[in-house]
Design a protein. Structure first.
Length: 298
């Protein structure tokens, strides 16, 4: 990530990567098939890191526009704090078709579905709303953020009102969009991303590999049940997974959004604190040279 940020992707080679990481070519090729494979894995892990912070913000209660605003501010603050992460993800989404086409398309489709999910009827008739509305909104928002990441100094949080205007306008009309534009803009809270030890501070728990895998599984499968999570992380004892999930819930790292009725299956998602911890653990894996918790095809 550092090499690509400083040199540009085209000038980043296996030789420059291994020199910076202080490992041998043999070590590199034990983990990756090629430079492009390395970038593909890094892109996938970086997107998951962003999602782990943004998803809990979007999951808070509120109207469609409020939830989108929460998610937008969360991603702007994250990218303001970690511009290398933002540059890698946005460059490959906006200006570079080098990630595997299916992976890139999957990310963009998920963003478009989030825009359309739960949206109330627009001020104008749906017959007058272009089928390309969500695609245009997502493309426009990503392009603006990508351009601002190149500027110095960066004040991404200050874009929240203008970007919400872009998002709301085609769906709720000019009056609602104008209200977004006139809102008090969020104050920049950019600071270094939290480390795993920062998030774990004050929590009565020891972070094990299995616990980290459970958090990752919930981040990748929001709404998953106990049974689904047990299968994802390879736990055969349902009692063990239930105890672990109950403990993570007591620590306010996950929450059950399923129906709280007798016999109903749980549906787990990360809280904001859980998302921060999952993102911090992923950063630790990326910077330590360890293998990701879950590789493509694994």
């Amino acid at each position: 990530m550092e090499e690509a940020s400083e040199r540009g992707r085209d000038a980043t080679t296996v030789a420059t990567i291994v020199a910076r990481a202080r490992v041998s070519r043999k070590t590199f090729y034990e983990s990756f098939e090629s430079r492009d494979d390395c970038f593909a894995v890094l892109f996938e892990e970086s997107v998951a890191q962003v999602a782990a912070v943004v998803a809990p913000a979007y999951g808070r209660t509120g109207s469609w526009s409020e939830r989108l605003r929460n998610a937008l501010i969360a991603v702007l603050e994250l990218l303001e704090s970690d511009p290398d992460l933002g540059a890698l993800v946005l460059t490959q989404l906006v200006a570079d078709a080098s990630p595997p086409i299916q992976m890139r398309a999957r990310v963009l489709e998920r963003l478009r579905s989030v825009i359309e999910e739960g949206c109330p009827p627009p001020a104008r008739s749906r017959a007058q709303l272009s089928p390309l509305a969500a695609e245009l909104v997502v493309g426009g928002v990503l392009a603006v953020i990508h351009a601002r990441l190149q500027a110095r100094p960066r004040n991404l949080s200050g874009l929240a009102n203008q970007l919400m205007w872009m998002i709301v306008l085609p769906y709720l009309g000019p009056a609602a969009a104008g209200r977004e534009l006139r809102r008090t803009p969020p104050r920049s809270t950019a600071k270094p991303p939290k480390s795993a030890s920062d998030v774990l501070g004050g929590l009565d728990m020891r972070m094990t590999y299995r616990t980290a895998k459970v958090l990752t599984a919930i981040a990748e499968q929001p709404g998953a049940s106990n049974v689904q999570l047990a299968a994802s992380v390879g736990v055969t004892d349902q009692g063990q997974i239930s105890k672990l999930l109950a403990r993570l819930s007591r620590l306010e790292l996950i929450e059950n959004i399923g129906p709280h009725s007798a016999g109903a299956a749980n549906a787990w998602r990360l809280t904001l604190k859980g998302g921060e911890l999952d993102a911090a653990l992923r950063r630790r894996l990326l910077t330590s040279g360890s293998r990701p918790l879950r590789r493509r095809g694994a």
